[in-house]
Design a protein around this ligand. Structure first.
Ligand code: PEP
Ligand code: CO
Length: 387
C-alpha cells in the first residue's frame, strides 16, 4: 500500500508520462519492493548531521549531476566511492573534524529541466532529457519519450549501487561510511518507496533527499513528501528565495528544531551571493531552528561558452565558496561543507577561468559540467584555506 500524501498538492517538474496505466502498475510494483535503505542507517546519518549543525563536523556531498544506469557496475561505483572517501579524508586531516560523506549516488536518476524541449542543431525539437529514470539521453524521439518502466530500472540500479557501497564499507570505522542522496523529484518513484519504521514514516529511496530550487513551493507535493518522512532533508536555496519563505521552509520541515534534520544548500551564484545571502542568514538565524549550511557553488555558476558548451569556471566556484564561508562566519554560523558535482574520471567539463575559446576534449556529462579529481581537490583546498 502506498502511504497517503496530500494528493491535492501539485507536483512541479514531472514528466509527461504517456501511459498512466503502466505508471500506476509501476507504483504498485515499487510499493511492494523492499526498501533500498534501512531506517537505522538513516538514523546514523541524522546523528552525524546533528554534529554538523552544531559546528562539530563537516559535510561533503558530491557526485554526478545525472547518474547514468550504466554506472551501477561495481567497478564504477567503487571508483566513485573511493574518490569521495579520498576528498573527505583531506577535509578530515585538514581540520581534525569528523566528515559526513554523502554521494549524489544510487538514485540521482532524475533531473528538473528549465526547458521542456531541446532544439537540436538541425532544428528538430525533442523532449528534454530528464534523467535515466525517465528517458534516454540519446537524441531520438522514441527514446526521449518518458517510459514508466525506467522507474523500476532506477530501483534495481540503485539497489546494485547500494550493495557495492555497503561492501566497500565493511571493516571500516563508522565515520568512513558513505551515504546515498538524490533529489526527491519523481513522485511515482518517491511516494511508493516510503516505509513505516520505529520512528514513523521514512523514505527508503535514499538516506538523504533534497528538494531542488525549482520544486520547493510551499504548497507543492515535494515539500509535502519531505514533511511526511523523518530522513534528513536538504533544500536548495537559490537567489530567488525570499528570507521569509526560507524561514517558513524551516518551520514546516523542522518544527521540532531537531539538529541535523534540515540542511540548506545555498546555490546563489558568485555574483549574487553577497547581496542575497546576508538577509536570509539573518532571518533564519533569528527565527528558524538549527540548520546544516552547505555551499553548492556549482548550480548558480553555469555558463555557456561562445560555442554553446555548458561549463563552470573554477575561479567563480572558489569565489562563491569564499563568500559563503565569510558570510556565515561573520554571523557566528558554521559553514558545514560543500555540495559538488564531481567525477573520478579525468573529464574536461569545468575550466579554470574565463578566457579565449576553451576546448573540451573529454566532455561526458549527460547534464551539468562536473569537477575532475584535480579540480575537486582544488575546491576542497580552497575551502580548507578559508578556516
Ligand atoms: C542539481 O543539484 O542537479 C540541481 C538541479 O540543482 P538546483 O535545484 O539547485 O538547480
Ligand atoms: Co546539476
Amino acid at each position: 500500500m502506498v502511504l497517503p500524501l496530500d494528493a491535492a498538492a501539485p507536483a512541479a517538474q514531472q514528466p509527461d508520462w504517456p501511459d498512466t496505466e503502466l505508471l500506476d502498475q509501476v507504483r504498485r510494483t515499487l510499493a511492494e519492493r523492499p526498501g533500498l535503505v534501512a531506517e537505522d542507517e538513516i538514523e546514523q546519518l541524522s546523528a552525524a548531521l546533528a554534529d554538523a549543525a552544531r559546528g562539530r563536523a563537516l559535510v561533503l556531498q558530491g557526485g554526478d549531476c545525472a547518474e547514468p544506469f550504466a554506472d551501477a557496475a561495481p567497478a564504477t561505483v567503487r571508483r566513485k566511492v573511493d574518490h569521495l572517501r579520498g576528498l573527505a579524508s583531506v577535509l578530515r586531516s585538514g581540520t581534525a573534524l569528523p566528515v559526513v560523506t554523502i554521494g549524489r549516488i544510487a538514485g540521482q536518476y532524475a533531473k528538473p529541466r528549465s526547458a521542456r524541449f531541446e532544439t537540436l542543431p538541425d532544428g528538430r525539437n525533442l523532449p528534454s532529457y530528464r534523467g535515466d529514470a525517465v528517458n534516454d539521453v540519446t537524441a531520438d524521439r522514441v527514446l526521449r519519450t518518458p517510459d514508466p518502466t525506467r522507474l523500476v530500472t532506477a530501483y534495481d540500479s540503485a539497489r546494485r549501487v547500494l550493495d557495492t557501497i555497503r561492501a566497500t564499507g565493511l571493516g571500516r570505522p563508522a565515520d568512513e561510511r558513505v551515504y546515498a542522496a538524490h533529489e526527491l523529484l519523481l513522485m511515482p518513484y518517491e511516494e511508493p518507496l516510503r516505509r513505516t519504521g520505529r520512528g514513523g514514516h521514512y523514505s527508503a529511496s535514499a538516506h538523504f533527499g533534497w528538494i531542488g530550487d525549482r520544486t520547493r513551493q510551499p504548497d507543492g507535493a515535494h515539500l509535502a513528501l519531505a514533511e511526511s518522512v523523518h530522513n534528513p532533508i536538504g533544500v536548495k536555496i537559490g537567489p530567488g528565495a525570499a528570507p521569509g519563505d526560507v524561514v517558513e521552509l524551516a518551520r514546516r520541515l523542522n518544527p521540532d528544531r531537531v539538529p541535523g534534520r534540515l540542511t540548506f544548500i545555498v546555490r546563489m551564484g558568485a555574483d549574487r551571493i553577497d547581496r542575497f545571502l546576508p538577509p536570509l542568514l539573518d532571518e533564519v538565524a533569528e527565527r528558524a531552528g538549527p540548520v546544516v549550511w552547505l555551499s553548492d557553488p556549482m548550480h548558480g555558476n553555469t555558463v555557456r561558452t561562445g560555442s554553446g558548451v555548458k561549463t563552470r569556471y573554477l575561479s567563480t566556484i572558489v569565489a562563491e565558496v569564499t563568500s559563503f564561508a565569510r558570510l556565515l562566519r561573520a554571523r557566528g554560523l558554521w559553514p558545514a561543507g560543500l555540495h559538488l558535482e564531481l567525477t573520478p574520471d579525468p573529464v574536461t567539463e569545468c575550466v579554470d577561468a574565463p578566457g579565449p575559446q576553451p576546448d573540451f576534449p573529454d566532455y561526458r556529462s549527460a547534464c551539468d559540467p562536473r569537477l575532475n579529481p584535480a579540480q575537486a581537490a582544488r575546491i576542497i583546498d580552497a575551502f580548507l584555506a578559508l578556516r
